[in-house]
Ligand binder design. Structure first.
Ligand code: 13P
Length: 382
């Protein structure tokens, strides 16, 4: 029986992955031709975003300029979507996940599975005691929906995928048959998928790299050179490895994962995403970009970009989120706060100076100018 594919989220990456899945479904007998995209409804002028997607086949707010296939259908009813879907692909900001899961809970099909593209960690509710270490978003999906959850992450800046520029992604999936099926759903000539079994390691790399990217943004703003940024990336890499070994032991990230797109690839792409100027200069090489394209483009590499803007403008993070991300919350500072909490509980702050400094700067407890100072006595150099 043909599998029903649903994408939960319609931001820039949600739109990109919907386009990929809809095109693959169209030429397959394995997946239902219709791919549904869950849209958090909003008005664009007088029109509903879901109506715009279904009539103009373009997400004019979050991925303007990219035509979506006609078999990618926008829907707004979560319970109905859950009852229809065999494969639920989660791609939305982490802070919306609990609400979305509440809408899906009790409305899923037997045998359905999930895939998460969300790079983040669960920060929990304030009144709940948090577990040791970080809580995974996929665990939240698994426990709420009672289904398996694979992970798809990598150096995947949505504006580039939308333009079909070659890239790679890592699929973490413990079931080899399901992994092969998901690869057939996601892979295209320009979006190449490698499979590894360790789902956890793919997810944790995708979350922790945002802290490093924020630090890289500080570095850019402070005028340090490429040597310094390379050091920040390497030290960040080593702190990710150290963090996972400390909290998760041998079940954690292996060197194999770190060499994947979800590890090394994602850190590098997030820290070096300085292409906005180039993307902004031309549209298909033919003229100036429209405002929508420019806004969409600026969503790529948000952590580095806002890290840089925080230092250059001195504006508070929340204000920059409003001005530059249309009110979206930046993930790097949220994740850095969670990591800081976990490290503090374990008395481990001094072993992770980079991640700690990013948190202290984002929360206004340290001057950005002191960032590199924190790295001079890094445990990696002792
Ligand atoms: P940001 O979350 O910093 O925009 O990074 C996007 C990304 O993860 C691309 O791989």
């Amino acid at each position: 029986m043909e599998k029903h594919v649903a994408v939960v989220g319609s931001g820039n990456m949600g739109s990109c992955i919907s386009k990929i899945c809809a095109l693959n479904a169209r030429s397959s007998t394995e997946f239902c031709n219709e791919v549904r995209i869950w849209v958090h409804e909003e008005l664009i002028g007088e029109e509903k975003l879901s109506d715009i997607i279904n009539t103009r086949h373009e997400n004019v707010k979050y991925l303007a300029g990219t035509r979506l296939p006609e078999n990618a259908i926008a829907v707004t009813d979560l319970a109905e979507l859950g009852s229809w879907a065999d494969i639920l692909i989660f791609v939305l900001p982490q802070q919306f996940l609990p609400r979305v899961l509440a809408g899906l809970k009790g409305h899923t099909r037997p045998g359905a599975c999930a895939v998460s593209l969300i790079k983040g960690v669960f920060a929990g509710q304030e009144e709940e005691p948090m577990p040791r270490g970080l809580s995974l978003l996929t665990d939240l999906i698994r426990s709420n929906l009672g289904m398996e959850c694979a992970v798809l992450m990598g150096a995947n800046l949505a504006p580039e995928i939308a333009k079909e520029v070659y890239c790679e992604a890592t699929l973490g999936c413990r079931d080899p048959i399901r992994a092969a099926e998901l690869k057939r759903l996601f892979q295209t000539p320009y979006f190449r998928i490698s499979i590894i079994e360790n789902e956890f390691s793919v997810e944790i790399c995708g979350a922790l790299k945002s802290i490093v990217a924020t630090g890289a943004g500080f570095c850019d703003a402070l005028g340090f050179g490429d040597n310094t940024k390379a050091a920040v990336i390497r030290l960040g890499f080593m702190e990710i490895l150290r963090y996972v070994q400390r909290f998760y032991g041998s079940a954690g990230v292996t060197k194999r994962t770190l060499m994947q797109s979800c590890g090394m690839g994602d850190i590098i792409s997030s820290c070096y995403n300085t292409k906005d100027v180039k993307w902004a200069a031309t549209h298909d090489g033919s003229g100036p970009l429209g405002m929508h394209d420019l806004v969409t483009t600026c969503y790529g590499g948000r952590n580095r970009k806002l890290g840089e803007a925080m230092v250059l403008t001195g504006k508070p993070l929340r204000q920059l989120e409003k001005e530059m991300l249309d009110g979206q919350r930046l993930q790097g500072p949220l994740i850095a706060a969670e990591v800081h909490r976990a490290l503090q509980e374990e008395g481990q702050l001094q072993r992770f100076p980079l991640m700690v400094a990013v948190h202290l700067i984002c929360s206004g407890q340290m001057k950005p100018q002191d960032f590199i100072e924190q790295l001079r006595e890094h445990p990696e150099h002792m």
